[in-house]
Design a protein around this ligand. Structure first.
Ligand code: GLP
Length: 221
């Protein structure tokens, strides 16, 4: 785990990793996160004026809701990245039903080169809540009360947060060739340390990353 000076450094460090990936392999397949943490990274990526015309993206997750709703992850991605680059909209994928055909699409495009992750305050990655099987694939999940509470800041109130989502599975994420996890803020430090240094357990989904052979973790407070 690398501790960076501040949020700016966190954002530009991860943006540089994405930049290097796209330069090395324009036809890269990326998995992308949402939430507050990656916002600075997306701004940095836009500033770098990269050529996204050959890139394929998959988002980690999406609420069960109208994708045109302003709080959907589709809207978030359009606003923060897709509409600010030359990426082709039909190269941008979100988990959908039937979930197995989403997985088929990943496999047909020959897997995932680079997966960028955040971490939830309960140790979730994507929407794989505590207790998720390490073998899980893309599926519909119920959100935990903690996640509904945490994400209510985007919706105004907890009642307005969708109670279900579609998420890439832990098994799916672990098949990525490289994984980068970014975390920002004191409130994430304790769960991050438990995930990275304590036992590997389905109670802390992010702890599965200890079993991946190409993972980098960046934190700033
Ligand atoms: C959501 C997303 C996760 C993300 C987490 C942390 O629950 N599904 O993929 O990692 O939020 O978000 P934030 O960066 O806003 O703390």
């Amino acid at each position: 785990m690398k501790i960076l000076k501040n949020y700016k450094e966190l954002s530009s460090t991860v943006a540089d990793i994405v930049k290097r990936q796209l330069k090395k392999q324009p036809l890269s397949k990326l998995v992308l996160p949402t939430g507050d943490t990656p916002l600075g990274m997306y701004d940095e990526l836009v500033k770098r004026k990269l050529d996204w015309s050959h890139t394929i993206t998959y988002n980690l997750d999406e609420y069960i809701m109208n994708p045109d709703h302003p709080c959907s992850y589709h809207s978030y991605m359009r606003k923060n990245l897709f509409d600010r680059t030359n990426i082709y909209p039909d190269h941008c994928h979100f988990p959908y039903r039937p979930t197995l055909s989403f997985e088929d699409k990943i496999n047909a495009n020959r897997g995932i080169d680079l997966c960028i992750l955040g971490i939830g305050s309960n140790g979730h990655i994507a929407f794989n809540e505590p207790g998720s099987s390490f073998k899980s694939r893309t599926r519909v999940v119920d959100l935990s009360l903690q996640t509904i509470q945490d994400n209510s800041r985007f919706f105004g109130s907890a009642e307005d947060v969708p109670k279900q989502a579609i998420t890439m599975g832990l098994g799916t994420i672990m098949e990525s060739k490289k994984i980068v996890l970014m975390a920002n803020g004191d409130h994430k430090l304790q769960i991050l340390e438990r995930a990275m240094y304590d036992g590997v357990t389905e109670d802390i989904p992010a702890s599965i990353l200890q079993r991946h052979n190409n993972v980098e973790v960046y934190y700033c407070d």
